[in-house]
Design a protein around this ligand. Structure first.
Ligand code: GUN
Length: 284
């Protein structure tokens, strides 16, 4: 029997813990704060940013959204980051991706104080993840949220074969590192991978993060596998759908995330969790 992973329910649990942590910090005189910077008017990004802002405020955090025009220069964006790096009310800084072509995104990521790097994209924090460094540091929220869901559903990656399709800084690479640190045997696949579907079918844990609607179908899934769909795609009718063809996949998988209601709510909940942790660590 296939079980559908309820990302909304797990997110609700995470948010309840976060709300409590916010209250405890406030009693110590610290209100966790997040700054989200958006450059240009990409409609999908605007929806994400609005949702993040709403959730942060609902959890009792200080939240600011800085909307900059699409014509913003590298120097102007660096100045905004410097401002938030120096602002004691802000514990987490998130610069929404994608950025316009005139912006050098890696240099923007590098300019964020690693202690305020709520995305976990700064090379210092990525390096800590790769070295499984002891101590506290932020880790990319989408893959971290996926690890939380796996734990919640009793999936221990140790000794399992994991295939991650997608090699982005936001999802694929940190996902592979987290699964490796959790003792899975991990392969990263991508658009140039040969025999991609045959490889997918070897996975006990399959994470799909390609942005290609319904790339993976039931025929590409090992019976009983855990399938995590990171896609946020649009079908031919403009409806939100995933990288996995849910209807055929659910016939084969043991556990599967839906879109919507799987990874999406977990990403925002984990972002809030990370913001509170950054506030806590800065206060320690
Ligand atoms: N764009 C899509 N996902 C993300 C994310 O997790 N962080 C940032 N900064 N931008 C994104």
């Amino acid at each position: 029997m296939t079980e559908i992973i309820d990302g909304k329910a797990v997110a609700k649990k995470v948010n309840a813990v976060t709300a409590k942590a916010v209250d405890e910090l406030k009693q110590r005189g610290v209100q966790p704060g997040i700054a989200v910077v958006i450059v240009g008017a990409d409609p999908a990004s605007q929806i994400y940013v609005r949702n993040k802002n709403r959730k942060a405020q609902a959890l009792g955090m200080y939240s600011v959204v800085r909307e900059l025009p699409a014509s913003t220069t590298q120097a102007e964006l660096l100045a905004v980051i410097a401002e938030y790096n120096a602002d004691d009310r802000i514990h987490g800084i998130l610069v929404q991706s994608p950025l316009p072509a005139q912006i050098n995104e890696p240099l923007i990521t590098m300019a964020i104080d690693p202690h305020k790097d709520v995305d976990g994209f700064h090379p210092t924090n990525v390096g800590k993840l790769l070295t499984n460094f002891p101590g506290n540091y932020p880790v990319a929220n989408t893959p971290r949220g996926i690890m939380t869901m796996l734990a919640e559903y009793g999936v221990d990656p140790a000794g399992k074969t994991a295939v991650v399709i997608g090699r982005s800084t936001i999802v694929g690479k940190p996902m592979a590192a987290l699964l490796t640190n959790a003792n899975a045997t991990v392969t990263i696949a991508h658009s140039r991978t040969q025999n991609l579907k045959a490889l997918a079918k070897t996975a006990d844990i399959l994470v799909v993060a390609t942005g290609i609607a319904h790339l993976i179908t039931g025929a590409d899934i090992k019976p009983g596998a855990t399938v995590i769909d990171v896609g946020m795609d649009r079908d031919e009718n403009g409806k939100l759908t995933g990288d996995v063809d849910f209807e055929s996949a659910r016939q084969v998988a043991g556990l599967i995330t839906p879109v919507p209601g799987g990874v999406g709510p977990m990403t925002i909940a984990t972002l809030m969790q990370t913001t509170v942790e950054l506030a806590k660590w800065s206060d320690a």
